[in-house]
Write a protein that binds this ligand. Structure first.
Ligand code: NAD
Length: 367
């Protein structure tokens, strides 16, 4: 009896649903299940004040449903701030499908998922993420109009990676302007970690600008290919974080900025495409600031992809996509100024400017 009472007291301490930290003000979370196709998906809608919640669908073999839930909540919150800071009239959302994209993804499963998206009536709009291809979005399009990232033949905006790379390049130039007093990257030593879809285009921009480019990747073939194509210097193993470079561009994984790496970094600027670069947003954002390293917030400078898919909804073309992406330069400078003025980290400055935009819109809506 006593243990039952204690158990219920413990449960009350952290409510199982809204009490979870990761729920973080989410408006709506939808659990989708279909036994026939094996679909198990979660759609997280964090905030729709600025517009419909747009964010990709990730298919991943999660270790547990909790991991899947935490991932979707963390990612959908991130989308709210990414769109808000970029000035897009979009809210934040994301979806995850639990399963192995290589063996469990079928057209039937994707269509069933699309029906769930459709049932939300446009409150959530999906797109590609890890484990998804343009062809999957085309399949989803068969059952709902609330999908972006479809193929160019079907009226989509095409591959977002080159646009993402352009935005990162703009953010990097702004950070260089702030840190070195000049936004030219000529002769600057830049390390691009991860030379995949985004990394390669970034290397291309950097090479054209006359930067001295260093590359690292776990894929040896990619390294050799880029070395041949761009004469980029290959960095290996532990050299990555201690390399004598001016700029570090994380374009592979998240959480590469942590206690160990920040202490080791020689770079004076960090600007890259990877999502969630700071292992701990508060602590590591502050560590970078304390060490005088100019950090261009990831969710701001990698927004080219969302600008690209937003074009599908708004019907604007390549010229406007590039103009909006180029504006990442100005917003990044604004963030550095705000951070200096308020003594906050650039990450927190970007978050607070994004939140201000949302709050203002909310107040206007209430008038
Ligand atoms: P990608 O999969 O094409 O490329 C990632 C590259 O990183 C690969 O070459 C891979 O071998 C390499 N890599 C993986 N682990 C590594 C490690 N430990 N060390 C070094 N290299 C490693 O991905 P992408 O589309 O180029 O995206 C890169 C990053 O940018 C990802 O974090 C992604 O979430 C983020 N991002 C991409 C877009 C986009 O439009 N593609 C938009 C926003 C954010």
């Amino acid at each position: 009896m006593i243990s039952e009472v204690m158990a219920s007291a413990e449960i009350k301490k952290v409510d199982p649903v809204f009490g979870q930290l990761s729920f973080n003000d989410h408006e709506q979370v939808v659990f989708c299940q279909d036994k026939d196709t094996g679909l198990k998906a979660i759609i997280g809608i964090h905030n729709t004040v600025l517009g419909p919640a747009l964010g990709g669908t990730r298919m991943w073999n999660y270790n547990s449903e909790w991991d899947a839930l935490n991932d979707v909540l963390r990612l959908s919150r991130g989308m709210t701030y990414k769109s808000a800071i970029t000035g897009l009239n979009l809210g934040g959302g994301k979806a995850v499908i639990i399963g192995d994209a290589k063996t469990q993804k079928t057209p039937e499963l994707m269509r069933r998922f699309g029906e769930f998206v459709d049932s939300l009536g446009g409150k959530y709009i999906t797109a590609e993420d890890v484990g998804m291809e343009t062809a999957d979005m085309d399949t989803v399009r068969e059952v709902t109009p609330y999908v972006t990232g479809i193929s160019e033949e079907k009226g989509g905006a095409g591959n977002p990676s080159p646009i993402t790379a352009y935005g990162v390049f703009m953010g990097m130039k702004a950070a260089a302007h702030y840190c070195f007093g000049d936004d030219s990257l000529e002769d600057k030593k830049v390390l691009v970690q991860g030379v995949g879809h985004v990394g390669e285009t970034l290397v291309d921009y950097l090479t054209n600008e006359g930067a001295r480019v260093f590359i690292s990747d776990i894929n040896e073939e990619r390294l050799q290919e880029l070395n041949r194509k761009y004469k980029a210097n290959i960095l290996g193993g532990n050299d990555v974080y201690t390399a004598d470079v001016d700029i570090y561009a994380p374009c592979a994984l998240g959480a590469t900025l942590n206690d160990e790496t920040i202490t080791a970094l020689k770079a004076k600027v960090v600007a890259g495409a990877a999502n969630n670069q700071l292992e701990d947003e508060l602590r590591h954002g502050q560590m970078l600031k304390d060490r005088g390293i100019a950090y261009a917030p990831d969710f701001l400078i990698n927004a080219g992809g969302i600008i690209n898919v937003f074009a599908e909804l708004e019907g604007y073309g390549k010229h406007e996509i590039m103009r909006k992406t180029e504006n990442i330069y100005n917003t990044t400078l604004e963030i550095f100024t705000h951070s200096d003025k308020h003594g906050t980290t650039t990450h927190n400055s970007a978050l607070s400017i994004a939140q201000e935009r949302i709050d203002t819109r909310k107040m206007e809506g209430k008038k």
